[in-house]
Design a protein around this ligand. Structure first.
Ligand SMILES: [Zn+2]
Length: 389
């Protein structure tokens, strides 16, 4: 192997532990096909990425979340708990029962980059006549999901091409570039976990800071990758509550009077406090702190929670920016004289940035209330799912 792996010590082989959790309740359907899939996947990973020592663990579980069709969110939480319990780096959950789809027409799989876990349903693929073709389609789907867990973006020239329905059609494989990208990513996560090292802190606060120091950049990249700013588009009630409240605010003279009374520097402090409070209220209001086991000091679960909260914060901040722009436009369109009358400003110019900031901040207060009206599962799903495919 000519490839340089970034480690000077030639004998050092980083270890990656990989879990496949199989839904045992439909074993007769899942049976041979699933065994074949796991075996092919294992052989493939070992030959593709020989620079890592792959530890594959197959877990056949009878306590898979039982609802029909299966809820990917419940499965993701279930397998990511197992991932932490068995100290795995990645985990795939495989079921033969259809998955509930939240945002798309139908879904065969849901990867979660945040939880380093993915759930795959082979139900639709099992309907294919040709067993060999079905296996190829399943392997393609697995590669697509793993690609997401390992930081790949969509691409039309490889298996990372998004599809409505998974068949054995080409391309079924990663591109050469993507394989290199994956190796690079795997090196970054193959290091020992913080709790396995001597220097791990004993108190939660110190432990969190240590995780931030070690993983800060990666956590930041994950937050960007999770695209928190798109989350509002998927949350109907959340957005509706905000829109309605903003319209009422614009039409009430009190809001304008208040805007005139509040000083700009205080407004900045209020704004920061509101964004923080909105993030915390959604985080705890939606039970997001229970994701990745709150009671344990483990690098992976701390990391998931930091990414989750960061994504929420990024989402709310970008939502505020959107509201600010919308408010600016509305203020621009409404006649100045009327607004100045409402605000009680006798002469001079209307401080439009100040008012737009105020309206956007009110909007965030409303959205935090509206967000807690949203089904708990939907908000969680928006944050945790990388996609539905
Ligand atoms: Zn995808």
């Amino acid at each position: 192997m000519e490839q340089s792996n970034g480690h000077d010590d030639q004998s050092y082989i980083p270890e990656i532990s990989f879990g496949i959790v199989v839904d045992a309740s439909e074993q007769q359907i899942l049976g041979a096909q699933c065994g074949l899939l796991c075996q092919s996947l294992e052989e493939e990973l070992k030959s593709r990425f020989p620079m890592f020592a792959w530890q594959l663990k197959l877990l056949v579980r009878h306590d898979f979340p039982q609802c029909r069709p299966r809820d990917p969110l419940e499965i993701l939480e279930f397998i990511s708990d197992l991932k932490i319990e068995y100290a795995l780096d990645f985990v795939l959950g495989i079921t033969a029962i259809r998955l509930v789809s939240r945002f798309e027409q139908a879904t065969d799989a849901v990867p979660s980059n945040m939880l380093e876990a993915g759930v795959i349903s082979i139900s639709r693929l099992l309907e294919m006549e040709d067993r060999q073709q079905a296996l190829q389609a399943m392997l393609g789907l697995c590669r697509h999901v793993l690609g997401h867990l390992w930081g790949l973006e969509h691409s039309d020239d490889s298996v990372m091409r998004p599809r409505e329905f998974w068949t054995a059609d080409l391309p079924r494989d990663w591109s050469q570039d993507e394989i290199e990208q994956i190796s690079h990513y795997l090196y970054s996560i193959a290091d020992p976990r913080l709790e396995e090292t001597q220097g791990a802190a004993k108190t939660p606060l110190k432990f969190y800071l240590q995780v931030l120091a070690r993983e800060g950049w990666n956590i930041g990249a994950d937050i960007l990758f999770s695209r928190g700013w798109l989350m509002m588009l998927r949350l109907g009630r959340f957005t509706a509550a905000t829109a309605v409240s903003i319209i009422f605010l614009f039409l009430s003279a009190e809001a304008w009077e208040m805007g005139a009374a509040i000083q700009s520097k205080w407004l900045n402090i209020v704004l920061a406090a509101v964004i923080l409070a909105a993030t915390l209220s959604l985080y705890f209001g939606q039970n997001l702190h229970t994701v990745g086991r709150a009671d344990r000091m483990m690098e992976q679960s701390v990391r998931s929670r930091l990414v989750l909260m960061g994504t929420l914060l990024a989402g709310i901040t970008s939502f505020w920016i959107n509201l600010f722009i919308i408010s600016l436009v509305i203020i621009f369109v409404l006649p100045d004289t009327v607004l100045m009358g409402w605000a009680g400003i006798k002469d001079g110019v209307l401080p439009i940035f100040h008012f737009a900031k105020l309206m956007a901040t009110f909007g965030i207060v409303a959205s935090a209330l509206g967000g807690n009206l949203e089904e708990e599962h939907d908000l969680k799903a928006v944050l945790i799912y990388t996609e539905e495919t």
